[in-house]
Design a protein around this ligand. Structure first.
Ligand code: IMP
Ligand code: MG
Length: 182
């Protein structure tokens, strides 16, 4: 019998973080973020990094106890010829962030190059405050030292899929976070 509540197991993908574990931690993160901002401001601009942070944004932002304005940026990174990472920017913020409290919502911080790029360019708009929340952190892969203000989980050096994370655009809509068995 087909049961819609069954986790969609896929051969070759091992569950790392269950849906229940992820959602519980995201609720806690919402509390941590609210506690930080509430004494400082009652409004916040959240900038979600597409496509990966889509699920994270959808669950996190309702748990932030402030008046949150949304904006999204879309960029992807790929390896250039001399194994140098290149960042391809597809779309950018559509609102004014000058003098605002701004929180970048990322899916994962791996080498740190993407978030470094984002912070460098957002830094030009003179926000009052610019912080970063990431669902996952892979510290062992870091090439560039970047500030992370709030984080969901630290993980080992595994290639994850699901809950927004993809492998060649596949597996994003799995409800859990798994990793590819090599
Ligand atoms: P960076 O190396 O910190 O710049 O991360 C680059 C981007 O690579 C992230 O924003 C993700 O979109 C993607 N990425 C890094 N690690 C993984 C992974 O384990 N699974 C899927 N995407 C990943
Ligand atoms: Mg990303």
């Amino acid at each position: 019998m087909y049961n819609v509540s069954d986790v969609r197991r896929i051969p070759g993908i091992k569950v790392l973080l269950s849906e229940e574990t992820i959602l519980k931690r995201i609720e806690e993160l919402g509390d941590e973020i609210s506690e930080f901002y509430l004494p400082r401001t009652d409004t916040l601009v959240a900038i979600g990094v597409l496509k990966g942070a889509l699920h994270f944004c959808a669950y996190l932002l309702p748990h932030i106890q402030l008046d949150v304005t949304y904006s999204f940026i879309n960029l992807s990174s790929y390896m250039g010829t001399n194994s140098e990472a290149r960042i391809h920017l597809k779309s950018w913020i559509d609102i004014d962030i000058k003098n605002k409290y701004v929180l970048v919502v990322e899916d994962i911080i791996d080498s740190g190059r993407t978030i470094e790029y984002i912070l460098k360019y957002l830094g030009r708009y003179k926000a009052k405050d610019l912080k970063v929340v990431t669902l996952l952190d892979k510290p062992s892969r870091r090439v560039i030292d970047v500030p992370i203000d709030f984080k969901g989980f630290e993980i080992e050096d595994k290639f994850v899929v699901g809950f927004g994370f993809d492998y060649n655009q596949k597996y994003r809509n799995l409800p859990y976070i798994g990793y590819l068995e090599r």
